[in-house]
Design a protein around this ligand. Structure first.
Ligand SMILES: [Zn+2]
Length: 409
């Protein structure tokens, strides 16, 4: 260590490494040496020899500010056209989902708006949504397709998601969610699933457009059998698996996802203990989405005590989408996960750092501050890590560092 010269050396009163199993892994008066965008060394300032100028080309002293891993939003539907504020108003005026859908609203309205939007418009709107997250210290975002449903638009959405990575500073993971809803032009779900498996998934795999495949497995979505057909095809093509599971009922989607070693199962309000045991065994992450829980005014909560008992890692995400979770703040989700689901502030932060990284298959490179990992770091103006889950509508992030480079906030 003593002979090497790092590109930069960060100093701070407190570094939340998030590498410990049950706490923040805090280093008081800590230091991080960064080389080639990665963490080369991390520890206490007392372990370093003086003067620091011999250790690194640039020294940045963050003083009393806290450092943590950059946040990760591991479940979003961030690229879509239009918005559904009109439906929000209709629902408040007493209209039901079914009445709104019959009048041309619901997911079909977003599908229509997305299909007719230009690439430029979709890119511009998505960039703005990403920027909102970035300002809160988010350095990595998963983006699902699923508002195109036809081949052209779905591939277009995935290409735009990929291009966002080239044009923004944020790392993007893409997920194909063709099995989100039945497209209006398809009479039968079986035929649509056949089409996805035969036509779209091989194209996506060949062009490397998606990192994972997701299915909305629910009585108002796709059946277990249809879901398994997609999972089998995804596995054959080498794509990772995720699943919208047990949001509205317990149909065993989590057990099925566990059988295919899914990276994550998401929502989980109706998850049973059998489901919890299955995902504990497969190492699958439970992704909690308190924004959708809130907007839908759900009363059934995910089984947090069982997830803890079986040591299932819990992640938290915005589920940013125009229908059930028009949420642009990941920090707000920390607060909601604590208030609605009873997570501790530590569990909430773990849910948007190390567990969110695991939900995206990135646990070897992201999610904690450890030697060898990418130097994605958020800088916070706080005095206690619980503040990150405590505040509502305050943003204490003063800087995001991506791969060792400062990004203006
Ligand atoms: Zn979702």
């Amino acid at each position: 260590m003593e002979n090497q010269v790092w590109d930069s050396l960060l100093l701070s009163r407190s570094i939340l490494t998030m590498e410990a199993k049950h706490d923040y892994g805090e280093i008081n008066n800590g230091a991080i040496g960064i080389k080639d965008g990665h963490i080369a060394w991390i520890g206490s300032q007392t372990e370093l020899s003086q003067p620091y100028s011999q250790l690194a080309n640039t020294i940045i002293d963050y003083g009393h500010h806290f450092l943590s891993p950059a946040l990760i939003d591991c479940h979003t539907h961030l690229i879509y056209g239009g918005q559904r504020a009109n439906e929000f108003a209709l629902r408040l005026a007493g209209k039901t989902y079914a009445e709104i859908a019959l009048a041309g609203g619901g997911i079909n309205a977003t599908v229509h708006a997305t299909r007719t939007a230009s690439d430029d418009d979709l890119f511009r709107i998505a960039s703005q949504r990403l920027l909102n997250l970035q300002r809160e210290g988010v350095g990595c975002v998963e983006i699902k397709s699923g508002y195109g449903l036809d081949t052209d638009t779905e591939l277009r959405l995935l290409r735009i998601a990929r291009s966002l990575q080239d044009h923004s500073q944020i790392k993007i993971i893409t997920t194909y969610l063709g099995a989100h809803a039945l497209p209006p032009e398809y009479p039968s779900a079986d035929e649509y699933i056949d089409f996805i498996c035969r036509e779209i998934l091989p194209k996506i795999a060949t062009e490397h457009l998606a990192d994972a495949v997701d299915v909305f497995c629910e009585h108002i979505g796709f059946t277990l059998m249809q879901t398994e057909q997609v999972f089998k095809t995804a596995r054959r093509l080498g794509l990772a698996i995720k699943c919208h599971a047990e949001q509205l009922s317990d149909i065993g989607a989590s057990q099925l996802a566990a059988k295919y070693q899914a990276l994550s199962v998401d929502h989980l309000e109706f998850l049973s203990e059998a489901g919890v045991k299955a995902i504990a065994q497969s190492g699958t992450v439970a992704v909690l989405l308190p924004g959708a829980f809130y907007m839908l005014q759900e009363t059934q909560k995910p089984p947090i005590a069982l997830l803890r008992k079986h040591q299932v890692p819990m992640a938290i995400a915005t589920d940013m989408n125009p229908g059930t979770s028009p949420v642009g703040s990941l920090l707000l989700m920390l607060n909601m996960a604590c208030i609605f689901f009873g997570l501790t502030p530590y569990e909430a932060l773990a849910g948007v750092t190390k567990h969110a990284a695991k939900a995206l298959g990135l646990e070897k490179t992201h999610g904690t501050l450890q030697p060898g990992k990418v130097a994605d770091i958020a800088v916070w103006d706080i005095k206690d890590p619980a503040e990150l889950a405590y505040y509502i509508g305050f943003n204490p992030c003063i800087q995001l560092i991506k791969a060792g480079k400062k990004i203006c906030n």
